[in-house]
Structure formats: structure tokens, C-alpha cells
Design a protein. Sequence first.
Lengths: 518, 112
Amino acid sequence: MHVLLGAAVQVPYASWLNTGDNTWQIVAATFVGLMSLPGLAVLYASIVQKKWAVNVLAMMFAGFSIVLIAWVLWTYKMGFGATSIGHGVKDGVQTQLNGVGWVKHFFDNLVGRPGQITNATSEQGQAVSAANTAIPFHFPTTTLAYFQFVFAAITPLLFMGSVLGRIKFSAWCLLVLGWSTFVYGIDAFLLWGGGYFAQEGALDFSGGYVIHMSAGVSGFVAAWVLGPRLLRDRQTAIPNNLVMAAVGAGILWLGWNGFNGGDPYYAGADAAAAVVNTNLATAVGVVVWMALDAWGTKAKKPTFLGGVNGMICGLVGITPSAGWVNGWGAMLVGLISTTVVWLAWNYLSKVRPFSRVDDALGVIYTHGIAGFLGGLMLGLFGDPNMIEYGCGKLDAAGQVVNTTSAAYMATTKSCTPFSVSGLMYTGSFHQLWEQFRAAVWVILWSAVVTFILMQVIRLVLRGLRYRDDVLEVGDLAIHDEEAFPEAPLAERTGGGGPGAGSAFELAGIGARSSPPPE
Amino acid sequence: MKLIVAVIKPFKLADVKESLIKLGVQGMTLSEAQGFGRQRGHTEVYRGAEYTVDFLPKLRVEVLVEDDRAPDVVEAIVANAATGKIGDGKVWIVPVENVVRVRTGERGSDAI
């Protein structure tokens, strides 16, 4: 058989596609997806009372699904589309880097043009986005889209922890749809998609601001508008299964390897550094919270759930900076975010307005405050020697060739390695200042839009909450399902009725009592 | 001395307990119970299947009082346990021969 030189043959992937990068990106995305389902789902469902477990699970699965459908129809392009509505970003290129008044600059680079990515060209073409203007993406649009989707999905699921135990299921679904579109879609473009704050120099490695701080603030505002859970539910807020909570927490921790490890977009050294830094900050967080509980609480005992809280503080705290700080920075981040949040959890919670809002799982502390601090700490601890994208020579296929480590690290006339310089290394407040500005925006935007959404949904659904008699019963009244059914009715003599809990439970008497309400 | 026994709906416990404490009752015993009255045998649907339900969760409250206080205590329980709906329960009075306080050995009225 003769094969003509240069004849066209079938190939499995295009020359711009790097199988290592594509693999890691899809794997990382899947890890993050697992963080939601089942990680967060199981974690939250285990720490609420038995009667709310199914409601939590249902809201998790529904929320995740709703975000994905909207994602491929409009939200992905809002957050990461190649062209912005104001044309500040066009075809993946930022066009207004100098010489424009800040108002025009802001509105021209506010959000991407919404659109679908469901056709074949979109699904299989090379990813193009101003999310990364340094190097072309080495994987298709769908890889980038799915990776970013799992982040978009987990964000509202995080703040579900603030509103559970009383929000109507339908209100939740509408809230997720609206929030994902108007808060996440816009914040993602501003900080990641090459929009205004990205151009100003604000950085958020994996979402300390866009995801965690935003979720914390939004959950708090939503919980405030919604009103508290039933008094009895607040008094008997006892976790129903700590063993399953550990399963959820473990998946959340290790899944974060994908959360931070996937954000460099290339399967290189910075991805590895991000993974280790993530685990390091988390480990410090676990130990510090347990130590603080053992030393600083009235009971003087380390607690498992305290360890989980510390774990979350470390994970959230390192998220804005995972690939840009070194190991020492990571440990400091874990220490500082956990200590501050522990103090807030135990003391700030007793002070207005925190004491007046029933943020059921304390999302404002572990995600809101930790995210805010983490983003600022990038401005402090960003190590200019932690190089995310170095310099080298590219061949026609976009692969790096003939680069020594020295050449990679060194500055050439046409290329500067990309890293972040924090205050501790350069004495410059620039990064810290940019981080602060972006934080203020995210906090205000999240709060205002969440407030408006809640009011609109309240009008549309004629109320955000279930009636008290529905709240008394929980899962059985809302879903006709229970997570831990008593012995089947047929086995009991005469029954006891569906939904019959023990009489003591119904009267609100338990062997363990919780602290009295504020 | 009398033993007042009341079978009530569980969520009415708080009201009943408050009223008894206001009356100066010195103690009470609570137990879980299942009960039905004249309306036994209604059916309910659960997970798609029909079940005949007789027993419903109730609480049994027991209080020891002097004879002269018994009517007031019964009134207080009835007033606070009532919802007007089926299943409100019953209260009855049982005569007591003797009472002993375990810790001190006191007997009779001193033990109430």
C-alpha cells in the first residue's frame, strides 16, 4: 500500500489539543463536580436534623442541574465568552488596556455576550476566552465550559446552607437560576473572564471571591430576608449522622485538588504546587480549629465538626492564592483564616447583625470571611518566584521546545513570567489594593442582587417560606419522603400514622439540649 | 391524695406544663404513649399505599396532688391541652393510698 506524503489521514484530535492538559482539566472538573454531588450534598444532609435531610438532598441535585442547563444556554458565555456586551473584550482579546475613562472601561468589560454552546462547533472547537490571554487553551470549549460549570454549580449549593430548613423548594430553584445568571455570570467575567477587575490586576486563583465570599454574603442576605427557622428547629439542630458527614467532608477536601489544581489550565508545575498548597492550608486549618476548641471553648474539647470547619476555612482561604504562594504562605493562610473565622464563629455571631440572622450552617463565617481574608492574603503572601506561566519557545503546534529551566524562569525582552508579588516580597501595596477593590464590588453586588432576587421571587411565589405546620413536619410534608424511615407501617400494630415521630420528639424534648436561642 | 393522669397531644405539652407550674404543682412525670379514642380506624395514604391508622403518638402526664387541689389541676390541664379537634385526649383522677419521697423517707402529704 502506498501512502502519499502529506495525504490527509484521520486524526483523533487537533494540533492545538494537548492530551495531558485536556485529561487533567476534565479529571479536575469531575473532582469538583463530586465535591457537589455527593460531597456537599452528603455533608449538609448529615449535619441537619433527620427531618430535613431529604429536602437538602433534593435542593442539591435540583440546584446543580438547573445551573448546568442555564450554563450551556447562556451563563457560560456571560462569564467566559470571547466577546463582551460592551465590546471591551473581543474574540478573546482585551482591547481597552489603556486610555479609557474608568466608567466606560467598567461597563465595556462587565459581562460576556450570553449565548449557547450546544452546537457541534461550540462543543468541539478550541476554547477561546479572555480568561487566559497569555497562552491559547490546549483543550476544547466544552472542557473549559464544564470545568467552569462545576464551580458555578457548587456556589449556590454552598449558600443553601444559610437558607435551609424553611425556604420553599420552588423559591430555591428560582433563586439558583437568577443568582447564577446575574451574580455569578457577571462576577466570573469581571474577575476571570478577562473583564474589568482582571484587567485592573485583581486576581482570584480559584474563586475565593467569586465563589466563597460571594456565597457567604449572598447566603447571609437571603437568610435575613427569609427569616429564621422554627425556634424548635434552631434549638434541636443536632447532626443526624456524623459518619456520613465525614464522607462528605473527605470528598470535599480531596475534591479540592481539582478545584485548585485545575485552575492554572495546564497540567504543569503550578498545578502541582496548587494541589500541595491547598492540602497544606487545609491541614493547618483542621489542627488549628481543633486546638482552639480544646483551649478556648467552655467545654474544652476538640470536636470533629470543629475539625471540619477548620478544614473548610483552610480550603476556602487558600483558594484565591493556591498556585501563587509558596508552602509557608499556604500554612500562614490556613492559620490566619481559621483563627479569624473561629473567633467570628464564637464571638462575632453573638453581636448584631449576625445574631439576628439565622444563617443555619454559618456560611458567612467559613466561606464569606475566609474568602475575603484569603483574597487579601494573596496581596500579602504572593511569591513572585511561584511562576504560573513561564517563558519558552513554542513550535508551530503550540508545544514548548528547547527550554531550559533557567530560560523558563528568566525574563526575556518579549516575555515576562507570570507570578504574583505580594506585600511581603516586594513592599508594594498594589496587589493588596486591587484585591480589596474587587472584594468590595463582589460583596456589594452579591448582597444587592440577592436581596432583589429574593423580593422578586417572594412576589412571584407569594411567599418564600413554607407554613409553620409544614416546617414542623419537614421532609414528609414537602417531599413525601423521609431519609430514615421508622419500621414500615405494616409491621406495626395499627400504625402510628405516617410521619409519626416519637411523642417526645414532637413535644420538643430531647436527651441532648442545645443552647437556648439568642 | 390523688393521682391526675392526662393523655394529651405532644405539642400541647408546653402549655400544660406552664399552667401546672403556675398553679404551684411541685412535680410531674412524663411518658410516651400511643392512643386512640372514638374515631379509630381512619385510613391514610403513605408512599402510595393505604394504611389503617389507629394509634397516634400521645404524651401521658402524671401529677400527684392533695384532694382539694385536684379539680383546679384538672381544669388547668383540660383548658391548656384542648385544641377543639379530634384527639385532644382525656384526664382522669385516681385515688392514692400513700406516697413516699425516696430521698428523705417523708410520707403522705409531706411527700407531695
